[in-house]
Design a protein around this ligand. Structure first.
Ligand SMILES: NC(=O)C1=CN([C@@H]2O[C@H](COP(=O)(O)OP(=O)(O)OC[C@H]3O[C@@H](n4cnc5c(N)ncnc54)[C@H](OP(=O)(O)O)[C@@H]3O)[C@@H](O)[C@H]2O)C=CC1
Ligand SMILES: CC(C)(CO)C(=O)C(=O)O
Length: 336
């Protein structure tokens, strides 16, 4: 029996918990923050393309905080499915209390590129798996709407301190727990390719929907795919190539068609709607930094990045993280 902890119970985390809870191989604990009372009272309501309508799902163990979760450990796997916002808090620090050195495998079910490095640096003796998820799932107050088949590619962020076979074995055991007849969870030998491939969607549709306030269906109908998205996608191709990943030309069309028939709001737009922080740094910031490092021109991505950074600062001010002087200061004023 594997003890598995899920930190981050949003659209992705709750569906992961549900899949893992179906397995006789897994004992699942979930950290539930703002939905805690509602989940204790009536569980999650799930409307899922894979599992149908579930009136009540209550994970095997529900706890309010990561430190409280430790009582159900030590964990074989800690699945991280929070948003990844290093400009706000470091996810590698969030799970500190539940990662047992040299035992716990950390599974990052998060978007973005080059997100494994901070974990390997902090936990040099632990395996870190890379989960690239296509799922289209949202959580509004413990009501989950899941609209495309859960397809989860699992590989590992190579940790040179650990034998390759051990990293692969750990990925395989996780897949054995997660995979069932309804979802699609598979081992991906080249998960870095798959991460860049997915970024073709996330670095373009997510921010453009977030900045314009429309879902992917409306963006297409209103003409945004041809005027904005495809050009930004081309830049992602060029940056990926400079990082050693050649993406086939058809990826753009595949990504543009991936939510066909649904007015789907990508996770970054959902964050804007909820007034949450956005994953600007790992999705667009890291891409722009790779472009800069490798001398690749990416003017649209840079523009998108700087627009998103302003939006993030606006959210910081609304949440009280940034407090501005009442009177507008002179031009020499800089945020710390
Ligand atoms: N949604 C989707 O379809 C897809 C999303 N992704 C990626 O998966 C990751 C998760 O996305 P998604 O599920 O949409 O995210 P959500 O915003 O729906 O959920 C994030 C969850 O993390 C919780 N959380 C954040 N910080 C903490 C903390 N300090 N302690 C405990 N809980 C915390 C939040 O709790 P609270 O509600 O209290 O803030 C929330 O429940 C992201 O990287 C996203 O880009 C990838 C593929 C598809
Ligand atoms: C591509 C998609 C919709 C995954 O299913 C996603 O990653 C998101 O909403 O951020």
């Amino acid at each position: 029996m594997y003890k598995i902890l899920i930190v981050g119970s949003g659209g992705v985390g709750v569906m992961a918990a549900y899949a893992l809870d179906l397995s006789p191989l897994a004992e699942v604990t979930v950290v539930v923050r703002s939905d805690y009372d509602i989940v204790q009272e009536r569980g999650y309501k799930i409307e899922s393309v894979d599992y149908g309508k579930i009136e009540k799902y209550t994970p095997s163990h529900v706890v309010k905080t990561v430190s409280e979760a430790a009582k159900f450990g030590p964990f074989d796997y800690v699945v991280v499915s929070t948003k990844n916002t290093p400009d706000i808090f470091k996810t590698e620090d969030l799970v500190d209390a539940v990662v047992t050195p040299e035992k716990t495998t950390i599974v990052l079910l998060q978007n973005g590129i080059h997100i494994g490095e901070p974990f390997i640096e902090k936990y040099p003796g632990n395996i870190v798996l890379s989960g690239v998820s296509m799922i289209s799932s949202t959580n509004y107050n413990a009501d989950i709407t899941h609209t495309s088949q859960d397809s989860l590619a699992i590989g590992y962020f190579n940790n040179e301190n650990i034998a390759t076979q051990a990293q692969k074995d750990s990925a395989m055991s996780f897949i054995e727990c997660y995979h069932n007849g309804k979802n699609h969870c598979y081992y991906d030998e080249n998960v870095n390719f798959t991460r860049w491939r997915k970024l073709v969607y996330n670095a373009t549709l997510n921010p453009i929907c977030a900045l314009t306030g429309v879902d992917v269906g409306r963006l297409e109908i209103f003409g945004g795919n041809d005027t904005l998205v495809r050009a930004a996608m081309k830049e992602v191709y060029a940056v990926a190539a400079s990082d050693g990943v050649d993406l086939p030309t058809e990826v753009a069309d595949i990504m543009l068609a991936s939510d066909d028939g649904v007015y789907y709001a990508p996770s970054m737009l959902v964050d804007i709607i909820k007034g949450n922080y956005i994953e600007v740094e790992v999705i667009v910031g890291n891409t722009v930094r790779v472009a800069q490092k490798n001398g690749v021109e990416a003017p649209m991505l840079s523009l998108i990045y700087h627009l998103l950074q302003v939006v993030q600062k606006k959210t910081m001010e609304l949440k009280g993280r940034i407090v501005l002087p009442e009177q507008r200061p002179d031009h020499s004023f800089k945020l710390e």
